[in-house]
Design a protein around this ligand. Sequence first.
Ligand SMILES: [Zn+2]
Length: 110
Amino acid sequence: MDYLKIKKQLMNKRSAVVKELDLLTEELAEREEESSEQTDDAEVMQKKLETLDMIKSFTDTLNSIDDAIKRIEKGKYGICAHCRKPIGNKRLQVFPFAIYCANCMDKFDE
Ligand SMILES: [Zn+2]
């Protein structure tokens, strides 16, 4: 597997996510302002919560990307963090941030 290529893809994805987070942080500041002026407006509050949710999910993605990059650098990428077996290229194509193999994932789900 071409780890350098994967790393490059992850870095690209990372900068896109960072950009998105910047925009969302700006948006949140605007929402904060709106909601401090219109404290009883449910729609304003709802939008603020939605922005917070998006920031949370983008932050999670960013952490997963950083983790995957670290694993590539340590030579652990593609190895299950639980059973130490290869995760498998097919699974990594679908879930590039996967840290467990499909077998272990199934066990965790039970
Ligand atoms: Zn495993």
